[in-house]
Design a binder for this molecule. Structure first.
Ligand code: TAP
Length: 482
């Protein structure tokens, strides 16, 4: 990869004030590269160039804008094997998931390429004679995008694509844990026929460059995905400048398994939902809320499926669970395992650190039973390959436990009863509901987001994205004749 270590500012690849090393979590002897850290003055350069470029881009013909987005998406899909491998090497998810993520990221660009041409607005007659009204959406201006490491390419793409489609300039601050995927996507965008400065990559730590970006009065909208605590800081910074913002934050997703569940469907959904991407998904099912009458059978089957998962190097064929993304994440996982035991959970299987041939941040996925919904392990987001079974007496208790959380991203139910499924869909206090499906796994053409402490502001994805990336203008037009 060329320009591996540099930031992309005002249309040029520029060296940073310092750099960081990017380490492969599957093999800590493998240093992927050194990555530039932008200074505050470089951030200012990016913001100033974005302001100029955005005006040019907003005036660019729709077909040109559409073509740019389509080319980005097509290249990502065509190179998903190569870029997916890079993503898995730096983040640690199994390579099939890495490739799938890059392909999906490409689909966000091709979807929003089509949205460029789907322009709409409203017209109305004024209540006054001979005056017509035109209501249309205009770009916000410069959008700050701050993204996490767990879906480094997809999350950024579902923000960058609509931002550009609706005529905005972008300043992107990716997570420092996954800079290689950010540089790869930026290289593709930099090759397009776009104004210099329209798209800027500013790598650096969240507490320095991320915070400065969120606090800048030159930013007109902020889209953030990450933790609840950082989200609150961003909300504070945005409120000071009255900058429009959107937050996608933590979660504590329940998967309810009812007494009439198809056991094969339940075990597959719970295993994939809890342990996919090493549990490092905002949509992971960390609470398995299970009807007492099938509890023992479910636990037995889950124990078999969990123990059978192959933990290993993300790039090795056959690996189902990669390492934690960092030493910090592994330490946090092991601390939560110790806490679960202290709080009275029984470990059915897993939960230990694993030493493999490669030095990496490996841990066996863990299934816990005997827990209740008041325990910290069932209230705090773990972001770990850990699932805790909570036994309930009936559907009413299951729904109440599912909703008893400060978060509200996804809720799932496994049942063969249409009436229970419908009741759950209507009464689950979450932004997304899954019936007979894992809590993880969403589409790109419909809105995605949560309730309570999981999200704030307009929804992401699908046509709903325009709520953040555009602002409405109402014009009154008189012919000038009375
Ligand atoms: P965070 O630590 O919150 O980091 C997210 C991003 O914010 C990173 O780019 C980080 O930079 C940056 N950041 C950190 N402090 C900042 C500050 N003071 N000002 C501005 N930016 C700052 O989250 P993470 O550990 O990367 O990701 C895991 C979290 O994301 C989990 O809570 C997970 O649930 C959530 N998540 C939510 C969703 C949705 S859609 N709800 C999806 C994925 C992940 P550095 O890391 O480079 O310092």
């Amino acid at each position: 990869m060329s320009n591996l270590s540099n930031n992309y500012i005002a249309g040029d690849w520029v060296k940073g004030a310092s750099s960081i090393s990017n380490i492969n979590p599957s093999n800590t002897n493998d240093v992927i590269g050194e990555f530039a850290q932008a200074s505050n003055s470089q951030l200012e350069d990016a913001l100033n160039s974005a302001q100029v470029a955005q005006r040019q881009w907003a005036a660019t013909g729709l077909e040109q804008r559409q073509a740019v987005l389509m080319k980005i998406g097509e290249e990502m899909m065509a190179r998903s094997a190569e870029l997916g491998e890079l993503l898995s090497r730096e983040e640690g998810k199994p390579v099939a998931e890495g490739k799938g993520e890059v392909y999906r990221a490409g689909q966000f660009f091709t979807y929003y390429a089509a949205e460029v041409l789907r322009q709409g607005g409203d017209t109305a007659d004024s209540v006054r004679p001979n005056i017509e009204i035109d209501v249309r959406r205009e770009p916000m201006g410069t959008v700050a995008i701050i993204s996490p490491w767990n879906f480094p390419t997809a999350t950024a793409s579902w923000k960058i694509a609509p931002a550009l489609a609706f005529g905005n300039a972008v300043i992107w601050k990716p997570a420092n844990l996954t800079p290689a995927s950010a540089v790869a996507l930026t290289e593709i965008i930099s090759k397009q026929d776009i104004p210099k400065g329209l798209f800027n990559l500013v790598m650096g730590s969240g507490s320095s460059i991320g915070q400065s970006l969120a606090e800048s009065p030159k930013v007109h909208a902020i889209s953030f995905t990450g933790s609840y605590d950082v989200g609150r800081q961003i909300a504070g910074a945005a409120a000071k400048n009255l900058t429009k913002f959107q937050l996608e934050l933590g979660s504590k997703n329940p998967l309810v398994v009812m007494d009439d569940a198809d056991m094969d469907v339940a075990v597959a959904a719970a295993t994939g939902g809890a342990f996919g991407s090493t549990g490092q998904k905002c949509t992971a099912s960390s609470r398995l809320v299970v009807h007492a009458s099938i509890h023992d059978e479910f636990v037995e089957r889950m124990s078999q499926s969990t123990s059978a998962l192959k933990v290993g190097d993300a790039l090795q064929e056959g690996t189902q669970i990669g390492p934690a993304a960092s030493q910090q994440q592994l330490d946090s996982n092991l601390k939560y395992m110790a806490l679960a035991k202290e709080e009275g959970c029984e470990v059915v299987c897993g939960g230990n650190k694993l030493e493999l041939d490669n030095p990496g941040f490996y841990m066996q996925p863990a299934l816990l039973i005997g827990g209740n919904n008041s325990m910290r392990v069932n209230r705090e987001e773990l972001f770990a390959p850990m699932a805790c079974v909570i036994k309930v007496a009936d559907y009413e208790e299951a729904l109440s436990v599912a909703n008893d959380t400060e978060f509200g991203l996804v809720s799932g139910i496994i049942t063969q009863s249409l009436s229970r499924a419908s009741h759950f869909r209507r009464n689950a206090e979450s932004g997304c509901v899954m019936v007979n499906l894992p809590t993880a796994g969403t589409d790109y053409h419909v809105p995605f987001g949560g309730r309570k402490n999981s999200s704030f502001g307009p929804r992401e994805q699908g046509t709903y994205a325009k709520e953040l990336y555009t602002q409405v203008k109402t014009s009154y037009i008189s012919s000038g004749n009375p």
